[in-house]
Each structure stands twice: as C-alpha cells, then as structure tokens.
Design a binder for this molecule. Structure first.
Ligand code: SF4
Length: 71
C-alpha cells in the first residue's frame, strides 16, 4: 500500500494539486485543497491509503510549499 499525506494547515490554496491530479484532489470551501476520502490523522494532517499513487506523485512534486507527501 502507498500513502498520501497532506499537511493541510500549510496549504496556500494555489490549486496546483487539483490541476495536475483532479482524480484525487479538489478545492475546499475554505480555499485550501482537499484530498478526497482522506482520513483526519490529527495535527491538521490528512492521510489516504491507496494501492497506486497515480498522479499524487505529480501533485507532491508540484506543490510549491511541499505540504503533500507520498510514501
Ligand atoms: S499544490 Fe500544495 S499549496 Fe497548492 S493547493 Fe495543493 S496542497 Fe495546497
């Protein structure tokens, strides 16, 4: 399994992750991006376990403030 993690409080709402990976990301009403179906892991971290990272690698590498991690 792979994991995608977003440190959501540090998101600046640029929309890049949504643009490069719309299958997994959308913009929230508060102007920050949302990782679809992610679990609240506490500490403003949101985590999603998936089999295939897919476009999340691109989302992680293109986030200008590096708040998306993949492992
Ligand atoms: S690319 Fe990074 S800063 Fe931009 S919306 Fe996505 S998580 Fe937020």
């Amino acid at each position: 399994m792979a994991k995608v993690i977003q440190q959501r409080d540090k998101c600046i709402g640029c929309g890049t992750c949504v643009a490069v990976c719309p299958a997994f990301w959308h913009m929230g009403d508060d102007g920050k991006s949302v990782l679809k179906d992610a679990k609240d892991a506490g500490g403003n971290k949101f985590e999603l376990e998936i089999v295939d990272l897919g476009c999340n690698k691109e989302a992680a590498t293109s986030c200008p403030v590096q708040v998306i991690m993949v492992e």
